[in-house]
Ligand binder design. Structure first.
Ligand code: AMP
Ligand code: MG
Length: 322
């Protein structure tokens, strides 16, 4: 290894000792890779403007794209928001710990870099034992966006975090593959009905949300998102075998993500996903694998836009546009 190589973050299995080290690093202002039930987060002390600034530098993230603040316990909500609406209290009671982010008026003393300069803050209590132990030990709210370079597929394994951000992160806690695989649902909870700002792991069906369509998109949503270093093409399941054959005939390296019955043999990268829940779980890893194998174009079978299928299709469309 060349002596002038940049220092790399370390990957540690998430033992109690490793979690204690992660908590100490957070308190010292460092960046820590953290497993959650949705995707891996890039954590920093949300109350330290300097530490949070490091997240934007590491990710190459636009400064007006706000971060989600993670709490150990719903009772900590008052540390980061100005007031808790009755709707927020109800949603928190029903969905926390879990993949639902509530947007509320930010507490006055929360650094503006954490909120991307917005008067509101997105906040949630993650449903992952490692994330919660880290938060409880550090005893501070943690700003943690997905731990990928801005615009790339989110990380669902500790190795993905090192691949994208190894030079910026002090430590990555390895908690195994993320269970859900897509990000949290973001809901404006300041009013009397939940307004979905970003589709995610908690379905509209489970939320009984006011709006049939997002009527106010989340601030980050205009940026490039979730795109791997290869082309992504979406097709109806019935059309997948013919599309793959046509692309392969032009000499391109082709990958596919689809139910196993539709996957042609002999692809450069083939990932079987039998249903939308399975697709959510493995989507980002499959896109990163296709990229690593030098695939030119990965063809993905679409799923119905219901339940978690809405979030999956939202991510796929953005990946295909990237
Ligand atoms: P990430 O953690 O990478 O999934 O990104 C966090 C996303 O949550 C942002 O890009 C926004 O879409 C959303 N978000 C966070 N805070 C707010 C907020 N105060 N208002 C609206 N959306 C937010
Ligand atoms: Mg993200």
């Amino acid at each position: 290894m060349p002596t002038d190589a940049p220092s790399r973050g370390r990957l540690r299995a998430a033992s109690p000792e490793a979690i204690a080290e992660g908590a100490a690093l957070l308190r010292a202002g460092a960046l820590v890779g953290v497993p959650t039930e949705t995707v891996y987060g890039l954590g920093a002390d949300a109350t330290s403007a300097e530490a949070v600034h490091g997240i934007f530098v590491a990710k190459g993230r636009p400064a007006d794209n706000p971060l989600i603040v993670h709490l150990a316990d719903p009772a900590d909500l008052a540390r980061v928001v100005a007031r808790v609406s009755p709707l927020a209290a109800e949603l928190a009671a029903r969905h926390w710990p879990g993949p639902l982010t509530l947007v509320l008026d930010a507490a006055e003393d929360l650094p503006s870099v954490t909120t991307g300069g917005h008067p509101t803050v997105g906040v949630r209590v993650p449903d992952h034992p490692v994330a919660r132990a880290l938060l409880a030990t550090a005893d501070t709210p943690m700003a943690a966006p997905s731990a990928n370079r801005s615009g790339r597929p989110s990380p669902t394994r500790a190795e993905h975090v090192l691949a994208d951000l190894g030079e910026h992160v002090a430590l990555v806690l390895d908690g195994g593959p993320s269970a859900v695989g897509v990000e949290s649902t973001v809901v404006d909870a300041r009013g009397t009905r939940p307004v979905v700002l970003r589709e995610g792991a908690v379905s509209r069906e489970a939320l009984d949300a006011a709006d049939a369509e997002p009527h106010a998109a989340a601030p980050g949503s205009r940026y490039r998102h979730y795109a791997p270093g290869c082309e992504v093409r979406l097709v109806a399941p019935d059309d997948l075998p013919a599309t793959v054959a046509r692309l392969a005939a032009t000499g391109r390296r082709v990958g596919a993500i689809a139910p196993s019955a539709l996957l042609p043999a002999g692809l450069a990268a083939a990932t079987a996903a039998e249903d939308p829940v399975a697709l959510a779980h493995l989507l980002y890893d499959a896109l990163r694998t296709a990229e690593t194998r030098g695939v030119d174009v990965v063809v993905v079978a679409t799923v119905a836009e219901e339940g978690i299928g809405r979030a999956v299709m939202d991510r796929l469309r953005r990946a295909a546009a990237g």
